[in-house]
Design a binder for this molecule. Sequence first.
Ligand SMILES: Cc1cc2nc3c(=O)[nH]c(=O)nc-3n(C[C@H](O)[C@H](O)[C@H](O)COP(=O)(O)OP(=O)(O)OC[C@H]3O[C@@H](n4cnc5c(N)ncnc54)[C@H](O)[C@@H]3O)c2cc1C
Length: 355
Amino acid sequence: MGCSLAYYLARKKIRVILVEKSHVGAEASGRNAGGVRQQGRNPAELPLAMESVKMWPSLSKELGYDIDYRRVGNLYVARNKKQLEDFKKRVEHEREAGLDVRMVTPAEACRLMPSLVKEKIYGGTYCPTDGVANPIRITFAFAQAAKALGAKLYTHTEVVGIELSGNEIKFVNTTKGKMGGEVVVNATGPWASVIGKMVGLHIPIQPKRAQMMITQQLPQNACAPFIVTPGDYGYWTQTLHGNVLLGHTSRPVEQYDIGVTFEAISFQTQKTLQFLPSFKKVAIIRCYSGLTEWTPDGIPIISFVKEIKGFIVDAGYSGHGFCIGPISGKLVSEMIIDGRPSLSLKAFEYSRFQK
Ligand SMILES: Cc1cc2nc3c(=O)[nH]c(=O)nc-3n(C[C@H](O)[C@H](O)[C@H](O)COP(=O)(O)OP(=O)(O)OC[C@H]3O[C@@H](n4cnc5c(N)ncnc54)[C@H](O)[C@@H]3O)c2cc1C
């Protein structure tokens, strides 16, 4: 979010300082599965996701860097009748909102994803305008484009404190000295609560660990659309080079620990083989984890905070912020520059947790 926002602000000639405790894309924004997904979202987020999807196809050209964006579609698969019923209700709402999404039979789902076993599934939903992109490339692309437009990037620089004078921010203290500006945006994902404490705010965002496994290269149609199935089974997607990424549902974690555990690998491989038995002999070449950032209601906080002048929280995308990244940067830049974003952000106000 930080790199996207820095770009959209710099494009409007606003002076931007981006402070990153590690390197660009070190955390979730550079580690995720790359799913650019509209279907299956909280209704409040759907307009943002749909607007963001309009932006993705031109980003490689606009930012001057190939982000490997592909419109491969997204397939939700129902493994039981109840899931299928839930999908029907969801699709009805999504179609009313203007999303191109439809129910598919088990046979159609298998045509889209030949590794599925027809007898084990009840059908699904397919959104052809969903897609995937390379997370490291897009995060880097936004950062580089922002820098080229004059933004100052301080990597390996940690925010360690914030000095207040009444309800105004005097300085942001970092490991490279004091910094400041008219507006301070807290876009630190799962660490947003830590930054919140620095200004005396309780920001209810909890980290969860999401583990990924990567297979050997497989023929390109091994996992053609991005596949999701509810519950603990997770999601699957294939990279441009043919490797399949298997993602595991997020689990609460202490101390921001991103270790890879045998327990998660074992759980994830068992679930995968129940769902995609043809993966039995496929080699896993790498595993890694990343931290997702959960609010109590599973949608982000994108808002000014009335307690502290010029302080914005832009975090808590609850494990599905990648798709929204481009529109989020644009809308927060509009909030800062014009005081009015071009899409409503009412559902994402910080104050909803203070009632
Ligand atoms: C394994 C995994 C798979 C996912 N798959 C998908 C997917 O397919 N589709 C999707 O839409 N979403 C997905 N997500 C979620 C998505 O990646 C996140 O919602 C999104 O990237 C959050 O972006 P962010 O900028 O808010 O947080 P982050 O990317 O976590 O960035 C926060 C940054 O703040 C920095 N920071 C923290 N504290 C400080 C400090 N004190 N000083 C300076 N810098 C600091 C961190 O180093 C970090 O770089 C996935 C996430 C994970 C982990």
